[in-house]
Ligand binder design. Structure first.
Ligand SMILES: CC(C)=CCC/C(C)=C/CC/C(C)=C/COP(=O)(O)O
Length: 204
């Protein structure tokens, strides 16, 4: 037994204890019989709005219908962002292997094997990444921009309310998604630096 724990060790253990306590308190939709159990179906609908499958399929569909070079370029980069996000989240989940909260019911729509782990929240990374992407590449009126930010925030909160995640999973997820956008922006794909990706349309 470690009789002389470091300050960092104590701080981390305290943070973890607060995280677990707060997450349990906020997990008010974790089951049908929970205090806010009646809101659970709405939270699960929100869950689907941040799931990887609809985002991937939606992006592929829009890409197949897009008739402008500018649109294709943005959608190709969105596709790259979504795939990068899936890869990074799976990698970190597999490395950290933090179990989901004990009060979570594992009844999520279409998961990968690493999704039995909770750190970081894939929905939170996607929410931060996609909302930053949209705000930077779509010309939207202010109310719609506010709606995008609200969607991301409520989606993150709903992960804890559903009992899927602890607060730190979501907080780190937001941070990671935000940083992922910076990577995507830095490596922005265009017909000039990645002509192979755009060759499909040149042949049409
Ligand atoms: C191309 C490919 C491998 C698609 C897989 C899409 C897929 C099943 C993503 C998983 C989305 C999901 C359930 C993430 C878990 O989110 P958490 O917020 O619970 O970490």
């Amino acid at each position: 037994m470690d009789l002389n724990p470091s300050f960092l060790g104590i701080a981390l253990r305290s943070l973890l204890a607060i995280d677990l306590w707060l997450s349990k308190k906020l997990g008010v939709c974790a089951g049908e019989s929970s205090s806010w159990g009646s809101v659970r179906p709405l939270m699960k609908l929100l869950e689907i709005s941040g799931h990887g499958i609809p985002w991937l399929l939606g992006t592929l569909y829009c890409l197949s219908r897009s008739d402008s070079w500018a649109g294709r370029e943005v959608l190709m980069n969105l596709l790259f962002s979504l795939l990068l996000d899936l890869l990074l989240v799976a990698l970190i989940k597999g490395l950290v292997r933090r179990r989901r909260p004990a009060h979570n019911q594992m009844d999520m729509f279409f998961t990968l094997s690493v999704d039995k782990y909770s750190f970081p929240s894939g929905h939170a990374t996607r929410a931060a990444l996609v909302s930053r992407f949209i705000l930077n590449h779509l010309v939207l009126a202010i109310p719609l921009r506010v709606l995008v930010v609200l969607w991301a925030f409520i989606l993150g909160l709903s992960r804890v309310m559903l009992g899927r995640h602890n607060v730190t999973d979501v907080a780190f997820g937001f941070f990671l998604g935000y940083m992922q956008y910076s990577i995507v922006d830095y490596c922005w794909l265009s017909p000039h630096n990645a002509p192979v990706l755009f060759v499909l349309w040149n042949q049409q």
